[in-house]
Design a protein around this ligand. Sequence first.
Ligand SMILES: Cc1cc2nc3c(=O)[nH]c(=O)nc-3n(C[C@H](O)[C@H](O)[C@H](O)COP(=O)(O)OP(=O)(O)OC[C@H]3O[C@@H](n4cnc5c(N)ncnc54)[C@H](O)[C@@H]3O)c2cc1C
Length: 378
Amino acid sequence: MADQSFLNWPFFEDRHRALHAELESWASANLPVDHSDVDQACKDLVAALGKAGFLQYSGAKQGETLDVRSLCLIRETLARHDGLADFAFAMQGLGTGALSLFGTPDQQSWLDKTRAGEALSAFALSEPKSGSDVANIELSAEDKGNHYVLNGEKTWISNGGIANVYTVFARTGEAPGAKGLSAFVVPADSEGLEIAERLDVIAPHPLARLKFNNVHVPKTDMIGDAGAGFKIAMSVLDVFRSTVGAAALGFARRALDETLARAKSRELFGAPLAELQMVQGHIADMALDVDAAALLIYRAAWTKDMGAARVTREAAMAKLYATDKAQEVIDKAVQIHGGDGVRKGSIVESLYREIRALRIYEGASDVQKIVIARQTLS
Ligand SMILES: Cc1cc2nc3c(=O)[nH]c(=O)nc-3n(C[C@H](O)[C@H](O)[C@H](O)COP(=O)(O)OP(=O)(O)OC[C@H]3O[C@@H](n4cnc5c(N)ncnc54)[C@H](O)[C@@H]3O)c2cc1C
């Protein structure tokens, strides 16, 4: 990796620099993995990341805190080496985020397994009729005394089909809209929980539509209070949204690195491509976008780590800017690679596919703009 000067920014402590060095060395030795069977690859990656100790950062038990700078550094480093490795790490954190922030000690016992790489987790919020419109969730959780009964569907659930445990958001109906949702921890082997469909996307990773047919969930498996589900989901996204930006940053850094190597080695018109001023202009834009994205991401992460209750504005800015700009950086990388840029199996071709979904999930770019505007106007 060419430029590591960002590690000297005041956002970081020595422990972050040590983590980065350790992960960089692990990733160089172990990534990328073979993606031909994504389910197996993800299971293997989780086991390997757990064994190497990096999944310890993906969750926090009572008395510990999620260190957002570490989460971001891990995601950007893994994404730079292998998008699937970033995905495997990210889902261990997102899938258990509600448990880390709001779980009881009993519920948090799942973290022993997910942080060791012995269980996979998933975050089940989206439904066919409520992706961006989270307050419209329809999956119902009916109170039956000592347990709830869940009925309905979830879709676009990452790790769906291979997860051992799901955090599920359901309508318990304390109030209309967002105030009538609650969060539950639901083991994958619960009776009535069915993988209805596996979903294939342009950068394949495990994804599924889930059906809940009279799934019984003990009351002790409700996370936080009844009716607090929306607040819990938003608090989890407040932590993990910046990390989506960090993954995009990792992809963008890789695209820039690949472009620098290509522009210096490819001869055109009797000189290296890097000597063409138009190419230099693209490289300048790419370097600027990478640094600006990194500043926004680590500003958001540092602010959260310094104890801010919410970083809604900072995280939205980091996610919006980093993902949209990474798309542009990668597009320029493809352009500078010429025909090789669109060749199946080339690194920039896979980055071109990997980046797209990050501008849609955990709040589409348009939704982030609304969040930023509201925060700025208020
Ligand atoms: C690869 C992938 C992985 C995913 N993983 C998960 C997961 O693990 N768990 C989970 O719960 N969900 C997951 N999702 C779902 C994801 O969060 C939703 O796709 C996303 O929230 C958008 O919802 P939607 O697809 O229903 O699109 P819609 O809500 O129909 O929105 C479509 C588009 O409309 C625009 N739009 C939406 N709202 C507004 C607005 N208020 N103002 C202006 N424009 C707007 C945006 O451009 C948006 O992209 C995943 C999705 C993908 C693609």
